[in-house]
Design a protein around this ligand. Structure first.
Ligand code: PEP
Ligand code: MN
Length: 707
């Protein structure tokens, strides 16, 4: 990439009449750089392809080189920072490039495949009209398959696509099978169970709904919004806020856009993709219309015959079965997989027409049906089933949890090799006091494992020492974006930030409330950081829990029993801080409150207690860490910031917490501490965070843990 200070290329100079316009001049520079970027991407892809070609001929070669990828991330991060570009941003670009190179290399692995995959052209059927999500997913899955000509054919319904496949009018069908918000698409399951077809691939498409209108239409003038009922449901909150606008169901999203373009009514809008806007000459009236930011649809590529693929590619197998009426038959089926060490990724049940209360089960597992373990499991399973059909083994596109963690740990977070088992922090519980009768849920029972608490992909209580870093309070969009950059740069797993602040004085800054929550979530999403934020009132739990990844109950609320009960009903993990004059026993009973409400994802936090000592804001009770480890299976983290009250003390206390076996830290940091509106004396700077991380590494390495 050219250095920012490189002189401008004369040949790309703007036309004469733009010469005086600085914006036009900069745009010309950008256009030139973009074309350089594409040329460089193409060259890089060619080099990667040559490696793929080599690997396809050498069957012993692994498909990925994780060490090399990690080194690339480090090199990109260093180089980017040196040029004043965010290492995180560079890492994200690299991740996309590597993902694509890998997919591209796979075309070599499929090229030897006989049957339709090796054919010169492919006709692929889908349900919908051009530019619908299925149509876009076809282009994605075929981008790395060896086909010279791809023809996409839209059908009115799912069954019609399968009919065409059976009649050999098309080579493949691509149908949606499940959506992360709406759930399974039952009709497609039923077709798979009953028709003589087989699954040969899967693809995941990220659905991004937009509100589309005619060019010139005004948002204020809208009277009707049309889309597929599922899309309308996924945008329900946005639609509810539109006064005087009615929703109308349409058979598909892009179809609604197509009809709108034909009718030309400026009071009508459609919810569909940006691609559909381009296809039908519409404009985007509003971008963020989905209630949930993550909206993924999984599609299946269906063919008439199975297609072999390289054994080094991770595989998935789908089956349908029904069990006989014996007690425990379903459990026996599942046990067959467990006995072979096979991971199941999905189990779905469907009623059987004409057989009331008898079910068909659809099951996905990791691996190929021809692998010895799978053959054995399927053999064993046949003894417990009335009917069993393998729907297909195909290359897996959906990442598993462990793959996702490994990938997330890569950029900027070097993994230290585990040396020996973790000291005190995890592993089998040490024999301690007898189980506490008042703590049936939170108490440690001998022989049971310690809990690992998942927070949107980040695990507390495992070998990763979790850093949650961020400002005391959310203050502005810019402050949050800069904070997220800071947090990500130092390898923290989670971002903190208070939108609702419990302040000792009513005249102190109380936080930005829900507006602050939106800024926190926006910054977290932009940098792929789960966020933790404090909830003060029981009535806010649901609304905050809808967007925040973790709910914090602050020290002042540790015995707010109404709040504890409410977070106990929430579907989000809870960070429970110790009250400043609460005993360890009281903290555990507070955790028991939350867990007795059904929410078992609780992480405890020691944050300093009131003592006669005035040299520090609070006295960090470091012994609480090993004491809690004796009494509960829940993860324990430490907040050295509110204990210390002063920047200079935060790092030594943080290191002590790690050495004592805490599972992580929650720390306050600010891009400009001098301007912080809350707790500025204890906020760490970027330089402090660097020093902290460098000092933590050897301590964690000695315990066999990592950041
Ligand atoms: C906080 O973490 O923002 C906070 C207010 O801490 P505590 O509840 O421990 O005082
Ligand atoms: Mn604070």
């Amino acid at each position: 990439m050219p250095a920012p200070d490189e002189p401008e290329d004369e040949t790309a100079a703007p036309p004469q009449d733009d010469a005086g316009d600085p914006v036009a001049r900069h745009r010309a520079t950008i256009d030139r750089l973009d074309s350089d970027l594409i040329r460089l991407l193409a060259e890089r892809l060619h080099a990667a392809r040559a490696i793929g070609d080599h690997r396809s001929r050498d069957q012993g070669a692994p498909l990925r080189d994780d060490d090399r990828e990690r080194r690339l991330f480090e090199a990109w991060g260093r180089e980017a920072e040196g040029r004043g570009v965010s290492a995180y941003f560079a890492g994200r670009v690299l991740r996309e490039i590597l993902n694509w190179s890998r997919r591209d290399q796979e075309r070599f692995l499929g090229a030897a495949t006989p049957g339709p995959a090796g054919a010169r052209s492919a006709r692929v059927g889908y349900q919908g009209v051009p530019a619908c999500y299925s149509d876009q997913a076809i282009r994605k899955i075929f981008a790395t398959r060896e086909v010279a000509r791809l023809e996409r054919v839209g059908f009115r319904g799912f069954a019609a696509v399968i009919d065409a496949l059976e009649a050999e009018e098309i080579d493949y069908a691509l149908l949606p099978i499940e959506n992360t918000i709406a759930g399974s698409i039952n009709e497609v399951y039923d077709l798979l169970g009953h028709r003589p077809v087989t699954i040969v691939g899967e693809e995941v498409w990220e659905v991004e709904h937009r509100l589309l209108g005619l060019p010139g239409a005004r948002f204020e003038g809208l009277r009707v919004v049309r889309s597929h009922p599922v899309a309308l449901q996924q945008c329900a909150k946005f639609l509810d806020r539109l006064v005087g606008v009615t929703s109308e169901s349409f058979h598909d999203t892009a179809g609604a856009a197509q009809a709108l373009a034909r009718e030309g009514d400026p009071t009508v809008a459609a919810i569909a993709s940006e691609e559909a806007a381009r296809e039908y000459g519409l404009v985007v009236l509003k971008r963020d219309v989905s209630d949930q930011s993550t909206n993924l649809t999984r599609f299946l590529l269906i063919g008439r015959e199975a297609e072999p693929f390289d054994a080094r590619r991770p595989a998935k197998t789908s089956l349908v079965f029904s069990v006989n009426h014996r007690r425990g038959a379903l459990l026996d089926c599942l046990k067959s997989f467990d006995a072979q060490g096979i991971n199941l990724t999905k189990l779905e049940s469907r009623p059987q027409p004409n057989a009331p209360w008898e079910y068909q089960f659809y099951l996905d597992f990791e691996g190929h049906a021809t692998e010895p373990a799978a053959v054995a499991a399927l053999q064993e399973m046949r003894a417990h089933t009335n009917h069993l059909k393998v729907l297909g083994s195909y290359p897996r596109r959906v990442e598993t949890d462990s793959e996702r963690r490994a990938r997330d740990a890569a950029p900027g977070a070097p993994i230290l090799e585990p040396a020996r088992p973790v000291v005190a922090a995890s592993g089998p519980p040490a024999p301690g006091p007898a189980p506490h009768p008042a703590l049936p849920l939170a108490g440690l029972k001998s022989g049971t494992a310690r809990s690992r608490i998942d927070v949107s992909g980040v695990e507390f209580g495992g070998a990763r020492f979790v850093l949650a870093i961020g400002p005391c309070a959310v203050e502005s969009r810019q402050q949050m974006m800069e904070s997220a950059e800071l947090v990500k740069r130092h390898g923290a797993a989670i971002m903190r930030g208070g939108a609702f602040k419990p302040r000792t004085s009513p005249y102190a800054f109380q936080g930005l409330g829900f507006a602050g929550l939106d800024l926190l979530v926006e910054a977290g999403r932009a940098y792929e950081l789960p966020v933790v934020t404090e909830v003060l009132h029981p009535e806010d739990v649901e609304r905050i829990g809808a967007v925040a990844d973790m709910l914090q109950v602050g020290a002042r609320n540790m015995q707010n029993f109404a709040l504890l009960k409410e977070v106990g009903r929430a579907r989000r993990p809870v960070l429970l801080k110790r009250g400043m004059s609460a005993t360890i026993e009281e903290l555990l009973l507070a955790a028991e409150y939350v867990m007795s409400g059904g929410n078992h994802r609780v992480v405890l936090c020691e944050r300093g207690i009131r003592t006669f000592e005035t040299a520090t804001r609070n006295t960090l009770d470091i012994s609480a860490v090993p004491v809690l480890k004796e009494r509960t299976h829940l993860p324990v983290i430490v907040d050295p910031s509110h204990a210390a009250g002063r920047r200079a003390l935060v790092i030594p206390l943080a290191l002590a917490a790690a050495a004592a076996g805490a599972d992580g830290l929650i720390i306050e940091a600010h891009p400009h501490p001098e301007d912080a509106r809350c707790d500025k004396e204890q906020a760490l700077t970027g330089g402090d965070l660097e020093a902290l991380v460098a000092a933590l590494r050897p301590i964690l390495a000695a315990q066999g843990r990592h950041l």
